[in-house]
Write a protein that binds this ligand. Structure first.
Ligand SMILES: C[S@@+](CC[C@H](N)C(=O)[O-])C[C@H]1O[C@@H](n2cnc3c(N)ncnc32)[C@H](O)[C@@H]1O
Length: 260
């Protein structure tokens, strides 16, 4: 049983694809002629579905049966039970690989990168990830301080991630900051940067792995403090300026290894 078999039961209801993220992903993929894509750690397939609807053939690789069971079927998507460190695909099977908020879950990430390189050859790799150097400046950590240690120990730093990828692919990769829209529809950890009330909703928290990992006391204390600060206006006094913003750099990054 995988982590997401336990925590992912309602994933598809809150982790819908976001059109702005999808648009950026499609723009990067359009930089070379790609038709076959592997989506590794595809989850419930929200981004695989976007790609399929845009004409790509997608291999959606996902180890959690709970996640795969929530996917919307599409004739251009082949779902495969598999893990990043032993990809069930032949050499150079695809033109591009995408890894959307999944790389930090790969335990043997070096082996995963070798596998990605094996199946994509000289094709593109697109990662969507988080810069852990940004976590301590996110207001949510005031309420849930252990997020800092969790994120710092889970995500590779961006310089290290770039270095690891460049070592495997043998050429320079690009980092593209992605500013989160205020009305993000994929409810990952920073979804409430301008909408703090969202974190009081258990169904939103259920789709966020960092919340699954904190202890009950920290969760209860953080939630009651946040609720109180929203009721007495303290949150708005300190962070209310965020409600006026359309987008904000919370720390999300696309990493793009172009085709050669
Ligand atoms: C946060 S979810 C992201 C899912 C999807 N990419 C999305 O953006 O909605 C991370 C996914 O990575 C998967 N995962 C964890 N370890 C993995 C591994 N070793 N190989 C492939 N996928 C893995 C999890 O099961 C989970 O579905």
């Amino acid at each position: 049983m995988t982590l997401y078999d336990v925590i992912g039961k309602t994933y598809a209801s809150t982790r819908r694809s976001d059109s702005r993220i999808a648009e950026k992903l499609l723009e990067l993929l359009a930089s070379s002629q790609a038709s076959m894509i592997a989506d590794i750690g595809a989850g419930a397939g929200s981004y695989a579905l976007v790609l399929a609807e845009c004409g790509y053939r997608v291999f959606a690789i996902e180890p959690s049966a709970t996640m795969r069971s929530q996917a919307i079927a599409h004739p251009a998507i082949e779902w495969i039970n598999g893990s990043a460190d032993n990809l069930p695909l032949p050499n150079q099977a695809v033109d591009a690989v995408i890894i959307m908020l999944a790389f930090h879950h790969f335990q043997d990430y070096r082996q995963a990168l070798c596998e990605v390189h094996r199946v994509v050859g000289n094709g593109q790799i697109v990662l969507f990830t988080y810069d852990p150097a940004m976590i301590s400046s996110f207001w949510l950590t005031k309420y849930f301080p252990s997020f800092i240690q969790d994120v710092e120990s889970t995500f590779l730093s961006i310089p290290q991630l770039i270095d690891e990828i460049q070592t495997v692919v043998g050429h320079v990769v690009n980092v593209i900051p992605f500013l989160l829209p205020h009305d993000l529809s994929d409810s990952f950890a920073a979804v409430g940067w301008a909408r703090p009330e969202l974190y009081l909703d258990g169904s939103i928290r259920n789709g966020i792995s960092s919340f699954a990992k904190i202890d009950t006391d920290e969760l209860d204390n953080g939630l009651s403090q946040l609720r109180e600060d929203l009721e007495n206006g303290m949150w708005d006094q300190e962070y209310g300026h965020l409600r006026q913003r359309k987008q904000y750099d919370v720390g999300y990054r696309f990493i793009h290894s172009p085709a050669i």
